[in-house]
Design a protein around this ligand. Structure first.
Ligand SMILES: [Zn+2]
Length: 515
């Protein structure tokens, strides 16, 4: 009998891996009658075991789900089995009927296999995403690709069901925007971890490492983490205008406007170039004086003949526990990745050159995760900053360590979350699977715009110029209108953007006019 035991264990381990998906809810409908909200949903669980469904509510748009829902009844609480047509009712008469934020969490209480999660990070996806992102992304040098990249990030956030919005602001006539996507925590929604990177480039550089690698990296981390629940919230942020004078413009804007008293930023992981790697000796240089400030790190570099073969984990003051968490996660789950931790108690200029800096100034724990920029990558800020010079195994390992760090810090759960903001009298709509398409494009006469399934919701569209200036003004499309015709005959030839908004999301498409 004894010899069978390992076989049985293997069998169970494999089936656990195969069934590592948390329970899911689908077909969720919200109805409101009198002072009762009724939620119906279908429940599925890969493991087949009992499922717990939690229901929370709060004021519409609030990040705290503070209402007491202990009077809710129906298919709620522990011991539920999978099946269709589950129902929860909640009498909300104790609260103002001004609109609610509602949240459901389905959990089966299993432990999440972090190693299995980490192993899903895919270098082929990183490469494919980076091949789209690569190219000058500068407000004057190539505003078209800058806008395409913003659109790419935003759509990725929406597709993974993040609460997504743009923090828009003007920068010398350029309509700048940070792209913010929020995965809502299941227990402490008001405590948030941030994973960010800037998406702009200097003029003339295709910015594969700086900082396309970061964008591909946080998009891949999101893909892996999105199917799970987290006790705390996670925000994914693409910062605009990191490279614009005086530098770090987008992240400063975020810290100035978005750090609100209701929300605690528990930690920030800022990707600043994560793709350049080499095993060649004497490829890593260090800023002047580094050997005096960090003698232990410097000795390690000497011992390894200054190979540029590590990721740097930079922390300041109260950021050190987060830096140690990253170091520990890498050691446990990504042993092939070499991490060099640099902890500073002094604000050294060379360590302040990316978007983490504004968080440090506000005493928020933040890390710069970096390959070392021009201290390693000879193509820094040049037309040669291309993906052909990057190492996608290294990039994958950095994303893997980040996934493991966030899973631990934000409290991953074998659970899925659904939420909505609902008005009192308006039934909730599911986000519609629709795409905006244009034909012909380019055109000299007219362009037909169609919106697929989105024709069922109210839409708004406008044509804007390269610098974001209005060309047509906003036009509203009533639900049920399958397409619109945009006359471009009288416009000067050139490139424009068509921006389409529904209640849930935005699309931007490039429009070429030629006569
Ligand atoms: Zn740069």
């Amino acid at each position: 009998m004894k010899r069978f035991l390992p076989l049985l264990l293997t069998f169970f381990t494999l089936s656990a891996l195969g069934q590592n998906q948390p329970p899911t809810m689908s077909n969720i409908q919200v109805g409101i009658a009198g002072t009762t909200i009724t939620l119906t949903y279908d429940l599925a669980g890969a493991g087949g075991g009992p499922i717990t469904v939690a229901f929370r509510a709060g004021e519409k748009g609030s990040i705290k789900l503070a209402y007491n829902t202990s009077n809710a009844a129906g298919d709620i609480g522990p011991g539920l089995s999978a099946g269709a047509g589950k129902q929860i009712t909640w009498d909300f008469s104790a609260y103002p009927a001004a609109g609610f934020r509602l949240q459901l969490v389905a959990s089966d209480g299993q432990a999440v296999d972090i190693q299995a999660l980490v192993d899903q990070v895919d270098s082929a996806r990183l490469k494919a995403d980076l091949s789209f992102i690569e190219g000058v992304r500068h407000r004057n040098g190539n505003p078209v690709h800058l806008q395409e990249t913003r659109d790419f990030i935003q759509n990725h956030f929406v597709e993974h069901h993040l609460e997504t919005h743009l923090q828009e602001f003007d920068y010398s006539g350029y309509a700048a925007a940070n792209i913010i996507g929020r995965q809502i925590g299941t227990e402490s929604e008001d405590s948030v971890f941030i994973l960010d990177g800037h998406f702009d480039t200097v003029n003339g550089a295709p910015g594969a490492d700086d900082n396309g690698s970061a964008v591909a990296g946080f998009m891949e981390a999101l893909r892996i983490l999105a199917p799970y629940g987290f006790k705390k919230s996670i925000k994914y942020i693409g910062f605009d205008l990191e490279e614009a004078g005086p530098g770090l413009v987008g992240s400063k804007r975020y810290v100035d406007e978005m750090l609100v008293p209701e929300e605690t930023t528990a930690g920030v992981l800022n990707f600043e170039m994560i793709g350049y790697y080499t095993e060649v000796p004497n490829t890593q240089v260090m800023p002047a004086g580094f050997n005096l400030l960090f003698p232990d790190v410097y000795q390690d570099l000497i011992a390894d003949e200054f190979r540029g073969n590590f990721i740097t984990d930079v922390s300041y003051n109260n950021s050190e526990p987060l830096a140690d968490a990253f170091l520990g996660a890498a050691a446990q789950y990504v042993p092939g990745l070499k991490v060099v931790k640099i902890h500073t108690t002094t604000l050294l200029p060379d360590l302040l050159r990316s978007d983490h800096a504004w968080f440090w100034y506000s005493a928020i724990p933040a890390l710069m995760i970096t390959d070392g920029a021009e201290f390693r990558n000879p193509y820094y800020h040049s037309p040669q900053d291309k993906s052909e010079f990057l190492d996608f195994t290294f990039m994958r390992q950095v994303v893997q360590a980040t996934v493991a760090t966030l899973a631990g810090q934000a409290g991953i759960q074998h659970a899925t979350t659904w939420w909505t903001d609902t008005d009192f009298f308006t039934p909730v709509k599911e986000v519609l699977p629709c795409e905006v398409s244009l034909s012909p494009n380019p055109s000299g006469d007219f362009i037909r715009i169609s919106w697929g399934a989105c024709a069922n919701s109210e839409l708004e569209y406008e044509l804007i110029g390269l610098q974001g200036q209005t060309v047509t003004g906003k036009k509203v499309v009533n639900p049920g209108t399958p397409e619109a015709v945009l006359k471009v005959r009288d416009l000067p030839p050139g490139v424009y953007f068509l921006r389409v908004n529904s209640a849930e999301r935005q699309w931007v498409r490039k429009v070429a006019v030629s006569h």
